[in-house]
Design a protein around this ligand. Structure first.
Ligand code: BGC
Length: 735
C-alpha cells in the first residue's frame, strides 16, 4: 500500500455541498405559508399543481381547462394568452398563480423583439463571467417584461462530443469553466431577490450527464459510473445550487440502466440530501411517458408516474396523463399522498419565493425589449466571443487592401448566425417570421467598415452549407479574382444542429471545402471564418488559410464583431471552450482526458486536436514568466507581459495534474483563470488563490478527497503543453 492510499480518506472535501448557503434561503414564514396552503388542497389540486402544460401543443380550450383544474405551470406561452391563463388560475378556489416557463436560452429569443445574445458556446469563448452575468440579467429583464417567470437555462451539460446536436447550448467541455459561467448566468437571471420585478427563475439542466450520451446521440443512454458522475459532471450543478439556482431539470438519459427520471439516487440522495437543494425539480419534455414508450422500464403511465414521483420529480413537463395516474395511484393505495405533498411543497415554496402570490405577473421594465442598453450587452459579449486561431500576418487587414471579397454560405445568413433557440427555430406563433432588425451579418459588418476605410467589397455566396442547385463556385472565384483579400465564411446551419439533429460527420458539408480549394488557386490571402453551432473538422482549410477565426453563433452582433476583428477595430480575445478535432473519428478529443499508453493515437490521425481547449490569441503578444507557488497559502502566481505593440486582453489559465493518485486522474484539469487587459509593454503579476478542492479527486466509493502527494501546476495561454509553464510540489494532507 502506498503512502498515499494510507492517508487518502483523511480529508473529505465538498461531500454534501455547502449546506450553509441553502440554509440561508430557508424562510420559516414561507414554510408556514406552504404548509397552510397545502393543508387546504385536495388530492386533485395537488396532482394538477405538479403538471406543466405545453400551451402550443394542446388546443386552446384544453389549455384553459387545465388552468381551471389548477395546473401548476405552463410553458411556451406569451402575452395575452399567458394573461388569460393566469386570470383563470387566480379565479380558481385556491387562486394559486401559474408559473410560466420558456426557453430563453441565449436571450429571450423566442420573442422576435428581444435581444439575441451569442449562444452559450459562443459566450463561453469570452471566458468573461461578468459579461455572461449581464447576458443573464438582460434576458431576465426581457422575459420578466413579457410577464413570465422562468427560463429553462443554463445548460450545465458538458459538450465533450461535438457530434451531439446541442453542443451549442453548453459552455463547452470543461466542468470548471462551465461552473464559473453557469453560476454567473444564474446570478444574472435570479438577481439579488427572486421576488424582484426583473428576476426570473434559472433552471440548471439537464441533470445529469445529458451531453455524455453514447455516440453523441441526443437523449440516449450515458456511459458513466457514479464515480465519474461525481468527479466530472456534478461540480457545475453543485456550484449552481450553491449559487441558489431555484430549479433543476431532469435529463432524458440514463445511468447504468436507470433513467435519470427514475433515479432516486441522483434526484434525492445526491441533489436533496447531499447538496441540500430545496427548490423545484421539473422533468424534461415528456420524460414520464418516455419511461413507458422509449425506455421501457414501466408498463403503463401509472407505473411510470409512480417511478417518477417517488424518485423525486416535482413538476411533470407535458405528460398530462400524470394527473389521472397520480390520483388513481393515491386512491388505490399504491402511492402515499405524502409523495405528492413533498413535490407540491417544493413547487409552492418556489412560487412563494418568487412573490407570485403578491404579484402573479412579472412586470419587468416596459419598453426594454431590444432597448439600446440590452443591445450593447449583446454587442459586448459578441466582441469577446471571437476566437483567432491562426494569423500569418494578414490580420488585421492592411489599409492597402482596397478590394475585399466576402464569400461563403454564412457570410450573410442571420439564421446561421443566430443558431438554435430563436424565433427561427422555435417559432411562436408565426412560423415564417422574417428576420427582425437590428442585427449585423458578417457581410453587412464588412461593408460598413470597408466604406469607412474606402475599400470596395464584393460578395458571392459560392455555395450553401448544404449543396443546392444554386451553388455557383465559378461566380465566387470570378468575384474574388482581383481582390486583395478573401473573407470566406463557412460553417453549419440550423438544420444540422439542435435536438434530434446529431451529426456523424463533422467535416465541412456540401461544397464548402471545394469552394475553399477553388479560391485558393487565386493566390490571394484567405481569412476563413467559422460561423457554426459547434467545432467542425476543417484541417485542410485551416492549414491552407492565412488566418482562421471562429465565431460560433454570435447573436445579433456576431457579424459585426467578425468585421471589427478583421479591420483591427477589435483585438480578438476569445479562447476556445472546446477542443476542435481534426477528424470525427478522433472523438472524444477533449483536453482533460485520462492518461493511456501506446500513444493514444490512430495510425491515420494525430493524437492531438486540431485546435486545443483554451487556444486563441489576438494582435498583442503575451509572455508568461516566473511561475511560483506558495504552499502555505496555496497561492499560485505568474507574471504576464504584453510584449506586443497594441493593448490586448489575455485569459491566463491554470491547470493541475495529480502526479500519483489512487485512481487515474486527468492529464490536466483547469482550476482557475483570469482575463486581464494590458497595455503594450505592461507587466502584471496574476495571483490565483487555490482551494483544497482544486487538489481533490473522487474515489470508487464516491467520496471526494484530497490525497497527499506530488502535484504539477501549470499556467499559460492554452491547455497545450507547449503553452504552459509548470512546477511541481508535494502536498501533505494532515488530519
Ligand atoms: C429540451 C429542454 C427544453 C424543453 C422545453 C426539451 O426537449 O431538452 O432543454 O427546456 O424541451 O422546451
Amino acid at each position: 500500500m502506498s503512502n498515499k492510499s494510507r492517508i487518502k480518506n483523511g480529508a473529505v472535501v465538498c461531500a454534501g455541498g455547502d449546506y450553509m448557503k441553502q440554509q440561508a434561503t430557508f424562510d420559516p414564514v414561507i414554510e408556514a405559508r406552504v404548509e397552510e396552503l397545502l393543508s387546504r388542497m385536495t388530492l386533485e389540486e395537488k396532482a394538477a399543481q405538479m403538471v406543466q402544460i405545453p400551451y402550443r401543443m394542446v388546443p386552446r380550450e384544453e389549455a384553459l381547462d387545465w388552468a381551471r383544474k389548477g395546473a401548476g405551470s405552463f410553458l411556451h406561452v406569451l402575452g395575452d394568452d399567458a394573461r388569460e391563463v393566469q386570470s383563470i388560475a387566480l379565479s380558481t378556489r385556491l387562486g394559486i398563480p401559474v408559473l410560466f416557463g420558456i426557453d430563453a436560452i441565449h436571450g429571450h429569443g423566442l420573442n422576435e423583439q428581444a435581444t439575441i445574445f451569442p449562444s452559450q458556446l459562443a459566450a463561453a469563448c469570452s471566458w468573461n463571467p461578468a459579461l455572461v452575468e449581464e447576458m443573464g440579467r438582460v434576458t431576465a429583464r426581457e422575459v420578466a417584461t413579457d410577464g413570465l417567470h422562468w427560463t429553462f437555462s443554463p445548460v450545465l451539460c458538458l459538450g465533450r462530443d461535438p457530434r451531439w446536436g446541442r453542443v451549442d447550448e453548453t459552455f463547452g467541455e470543461d466542468p470548471y469553466l462551465t461552473a464559473v459561467l453557469g453560476t454567473a448566468i444564474i446570478r444574472g437571471y435570479q438577481g439579488k431577490r427572486l421576488d424582484g420585478n426583473e428576476s426570473i427563475l434559472a433552471c440548471a439542466k439537464h441533470y445529469i450527464g445529458y451531453g455524455e450520451a453514447v455516440g453523441g446521440r441526443d437523449a440516449c443512454d450515458t456511459e458513466m459510473t457514479y464515480r465519474k458522475l461525481r468527479d466530472v459532471f456534478l461540480p457545475p450543478f453543485e456550484q449552481a445550487i450553491e449559487a441558489g439556482c431555484a430549479t433543476v431539470m431532469t435529463a432524458y438519459g440514463s445511468i447504468d440502466g436507470t433513467p435519470f427520471t427514475a433515479s432516486e439516487k441522483t434526484l434525492k440522495t445526491i441533489l436533496r440530501d447531499e447538496l441540500g437543494f430545496d427548490g423545484l425539480v421539473v422533468t424534461d419534455w415528456d420524460n414520464v411517458n418516455s419511461l413507458v414508450e422509449r425506455q421501457h422500464v414501466a408498463e403503463n403511465l401509472d407505473e411510470a408516474s409512480l417511478l417518477a414521483a417517488e424518485a423525486g420529480n416535482d413538476m411533470i413537463m407535458t405528460t398530462t396523463a400524470f394527473y389521472d395516474s397520480a390520483i388513481r395511484l393515491v386512491r388505490t393505495g399504491k402511492m402515499p399522498e405524502s409523495v405528492l405533498d413533498g413535490a407540491v411543497k417544493n413547487i409552492l415554496r418556489v412560487k412563494f419565493r418568487m412573490g407570485l402570490f403578491e404579484q402573479p405577473e412579472k412586470r419587468g421594465v416596459p419598453g426594454c425589449l431590444g432597448c439600446a442598453e440590452h443591445l450593447e450587452a449583446s454587442r459586448a459579449l459578441a466582441r469577446e466571443s471571437i476566437v483567432l486561431l491562426k494569423n500569418n500576418g494578414v490580420l488585421p487587414l492592411a489599409p492597402t487592401v482596397k478590394k475585399i471579397a466576402v464569400v461563403g454560405p454564412n457570410a450573410d445568413d442571420i439564421r446561421a448566425q443566430y443558431g438554435d433557440w430563436t424565433y427561427f427555430t422555435h417559432p411562436m406563433p408565426n412560423p415564417e417570421h422574417p428576420p427582425v432588425r437590428p442585427y449585423v451579418t458578417v457581410l453587412e459588418g464588412v461593408r460598413t467598415l470597408a466604406e469607412a476605410s474606402g475599400a470596395e467589397v464584393v460578395y458571392a455566396r459560392g455555395c450553401g452549407v448544404i449543396e443546392t442547385p444554386e451553388d455557383d463556385l465559378d461566380a465566387a472565384v470570378e468575384a474574388a479574382r482581383d481582390c486583395g483579400a478573401i473573407l470566406l465564411v463557412l460553417g453549419d446551419c440550423v438544420e444540422q444542429a439542435g435536438e434530434f439533429r446529431d451529426r456523424a460527420d463533422l467535416s465541412l458539408s456540401g461544397r464548402q471545402e471545394e469552394l475553399f480549394l477553388r479560391l485558393k488557386t487565386l493566390n490571394i490571402p484567405i481569412i476563413t471564418v467559422l460561423v457554426a453551432t459547434k467545432p467542425l473538422c476543417f484541417p485542410r482549410v485551416a492549414e491552407g488559410s492565412d488566418a482562421v477565426l471562429v465565431a460560433f453563433n454570435g447573436g445579433m452582433f456576431g457579424g459585426l464583431a467578425v468585421a471589427e476583428a478583421v479591420f483591427g477595430k477589435l483585438n480578438p480575445s476569445g479562447k476556445l471552450p472546446v477542443s476542435v478535432p481534426h477528424h470525427t473519428g478522433q472523438i472524444p478529443v477533449y483536453y482533460n482526458s485520462l492518461p493511456g499508453w501506446h500513444g493514444g493515437t490512430y495510425v491515420d490521425q494525430p493524437a492531438e486536436s486540431l485546435f486545443a481547449f483554451g487556444e486563441g490569441f489576438g494582435y498583442a503578444r503575451f509572455a508568461y514568466d516566473n511561475l511560483r507557488f506558495d504552499e502555505k497559502t496555496l497561492t499560485l502566481s505568474v507574471t504576464l507581459t504584453n510584449a506586443g505593440t497594441v493593448r490586448g486582453a489575455e485569459t491566463a489559465q491554470v491547470y493541475i495534474r495529480d502526479l500519483v493518485s489512487s485512481v487515474i486522474t486527468p492529464i490536466k484539469r483547469l482550476i482557475a483563470f483570469e482575463k486581464a487587459t494590458l497595455e503594450p509593454g505592461e507587466t502584471r503579476e496574476l495571483r490565483f488563490q487555490l482551494k483544497p478542492e482544486d487538489f481533490s479527486l473522487v474515489l470508487p466509493n464516491e467520496r471526494r478527497v484530497v490525497e497527499s502527494g506530488d502535484f504539477q501546476l501549470m499556467a499559460g495561454t492554452s491547455s497545450k503543453d507547449a503553452d504552459l509553464l509548470s512546477l511541481t510540489f508535494r502536498l501533505t494532507v494532515t488530519n
